[in-house]
Design a protein around this ligand. Structure first.
Ligand code: IFM
Length: 432
C-alpha cells in the first residue's frame, strides 16, 4: 500500500473511546447508576441481553490500555468521563474516587507524551437526573455545567482540549425520539427540547471551562453529507436541517434552522449562551445518508435509502471515503469564517472481528486520503481520531459490532492488536 501523503506539522493523531463502552466496574468505588445501566438491564433492549457491566474492564486495565496507546504512537487520546462516577446522583456530592480514576489516567497519558482529550458527556446520564426529566428538563443543562466545573477543577490544570458533548443528535434521536438507546423514550418530534437543553448545557459548560483556564473547548457532532434519492431535494434539505444544522447553526450562528426557531423552550439569552465562541469543532464521520420523502402521514417527513454499489461495513454502513472530503469542504463553504478549526473526533468501521482486518486498513487509508484532500482544498482540520482503540460495547448492538484496532476477547479480556493497529503505527511513524 502506498504511503499516506504528509499531514501538516503538529497534526494531532489519536484514537477515541467512551466510558460506558469500555470501563465496566459500574458498581465500584461509588459510581452511581446511569441511564445505560437501567436500559441495558431492561429485557429486550440490547442484542443478546448484553450490558456494559464489565465491557473491556478498562477501569481495572487502564494502565495496560495506556501502554497500547503508547505502542500505537498516537499523540492524543479521546476518552469520556462518566458523569455518574464523578457525581453519582448527577448533582450535589462529588465522588472523589471517581475523579481519582481520571486523574491517574491523565497523568499516565501525559507521562507518555499523549495529550488527554476528555469528553464530558458521551450519553451516560446519571439515572437520578433522568428520573427528574433528563434532557427534557432545562435543569439538566445547569447540572451539566456544574459537573463540567467539578471535573475541570480536578484535571483542568493538565487538559488542554475539552469536548463538551458527544453527538447530541444521536442522543436526542435514538434516546428520546425513537427509543432505541437509553433512556428509551419514543417522543418523535416532541424530543426537540432535548436538542436545546443539550446545547444550552454545552454553552454553559464552555463558559464554566473557560472560567477555569485557557484550554481549547469544542463540541463533537455526528455529521453526514445528505444525498437526495433522485430529485427529492426537499427531503434532503429537511434531513440536513434535522441531523446537521439543528446542532451546528445554533453553536456557530446563534440561531436554529427555521423548523425549530420558534420553539417555546428557547428563553431570552439562550442563543447567546449556546453560541459562546468555541476554539474548535469536533466532527464524527461514518457515511453519507441518502434520503427520500416519506409517504403522507408518516411520523417524519423523510426516509433513509440504501446507498448501493459501495462496500459495506459489518454493520451494513456504506463505505464512502470521499464523503469525508465532501463533508469537510461543505462545512467550510456553509459556515465560512464562522467555522473554527475542525478535529475529526471519530472515524472507523466495524468488521467481522478477525485480527486480520484488511478491510479496516482499506477503510482508514481511504478516509485519511480523503481527509488530506479536504485539507488541500482549504479545510482547516487539525487532527484525526480513529473509532476505536478497542472492541467495545456498541450500544443497542451489544458486543456484536467490533470497531477496535485491538481485538478484545470478552471471556479473558485479552487484548490482541489487529493488523490495522500495526498499519496505523507504521503510518504514524512515517508522519513523524
Ligand atoms: O460507538 C459509537 C460511538 O459511541 C459514537 N459514535 C459512533 C460509534 C459507532 O457507532
Amino acid at each position: 500500500m502506498a504511503a499516506l501523503p504528509s499531514f501538516p506539522p503538529g497534526f494531532l493523531w489519536g484514537v477515541s473511546t467512551a466510558a460506558y463502552q469500555i470501563e465496566g466496574a459500574v458498581r465500584e468505588d461509588g459510581r452511581g447508576p446511569s441511564i445505560w445501566d437501567t436500559f441495558s438491564h431492561t429485557p429486550g433492549r440490547i442484542r443478546d441481553g448484553d450490558t456494559g457491566d464489565v465491557a473491556c474492564d478498562h477501569y481495572h486495565r487502564w494502565a495496560q490500555d495506556v501502554e497500547l496507546l503508547a505502542e500505537l504512537g498516537v499523540s492524543a487520546y479521546r476518552f469520556s468521563i462518566a458523569w455518574p462516577r464523578v457525581q453519582p446522583a448527577g448533582a450535589g456530592p462529588v465522588n472523589g474516587a471517581g475523579l481519582d480514576f481520571y486523574d491517574r489516567l491523565v497523568d499516565a497519558l501525559l507521562a507518555r507524551g499523549i495529550a488527554p482529550v476528555p469528553t464530558l458527556f458521551h450519553w451516560d446520564l446519571p439515572q437520578a437526573l433522568e428520573d427528574a426529566g433528563g434532557w427534557l428538563s432545562r435543569d439538566t443543562s445547569h447540572r451539566f455545567a456544574d459537573y463540567a466545573a467539578v471535573v475541570a477543577d480536578r484535571i483542568g490544570d493538565r487538559v488542554s482540549r475539552w469536548i463538551t458533548l458527544n453527538e447530541p443528535v444521536v442522543h436526542m434521536a435514538q434516546g428520546y425520539a425513537f427509543g432505541t438507546h437509553a433512556p428509551g423514550r419514543m417522543l418523535m418530534m416532541d424530543a426537540l427540547p432535548v436538542a436545546h437543553h443539550q446545547l444550552l448545557g454545552h454553552g454553559l459548560a464552555v463558559r464554566a471551562l473557560r472560567a477555569r483556564g485557557g484550554a481549547e473547548v469544542m463540541i463533537t457532532n455526528n455529521c453526514t453529507p445528505v444525498w437526495p434519492a433522485g430529485d427529492d431535494l426537499d427531503a434532503a434539505e429537511v434531513y440536513d436541517a434535522f441531523h446537521n444544522r439543528l446542532f451546528l447553526d445554533p453553536v456557530l450562528r446563534g440561531e436554529y434552522p427555521s423548523f425549530a426557531a420558534e420553539a417555546g423552550f428557547v428563553q431570552d439569552g439562550d442563543m447567546d449562551v449556546i453560541a459562546t465562541p468555541m476554539d474548535a469543532l469536533g466532527i464524527n464521520y461514518y457515511n453519507p445518508t441518502r434520503v427520500k420523502a416519506a409517504p403522507e402521514g408518516a411520523p417524519l417527513p423523510f426516509e433513509t435509502v440504501d446507498i448501493e454499489g459501495v462496500p459495506k461495513t459489518a454493520f451494513g454502513w456504506p463505505v464512502v471515503p470521499d464523503g469525508l472530503r465532501e463533508l469537510l469542504v461543505g462545512l467550510r463553504e456553509r459556515y465560512d469564517e464562522l467555522l473554527p478549526p475542525v478535529y475529526v473526533t471519530e472515524n472507523g468501521c466495524s468488521t467481522d472481528g478477525s485480527v486480520h482486518d484488511g478491510d479496516r486498513i482499506d477503510y482508514l487509508d481511504g478516509h485519511l486520503r480523503a481527509l488530506h484532500a479536504a485539507i488541500e482544498a482549504g479545510a482547516d482540520v487539525r487532527g484525526y481520531f480513529v473509532w476505536s482503540l478497542l472492541d467495545n460495547f456498541e450500544w443497542a448492538e451489544g458486543y456484536s459490532q467490533r470497531f477496535g484496532l485491538v481485538h478484545v476477547d470478552y471471556e479473558t479480556q485479552r487484548r490482541t492488536p489487529r493488523d490495522s493497529f500495526a498499519w496505523m503505527r507504521a503510518a504514524l511513524a512515517e508522519q513523524r
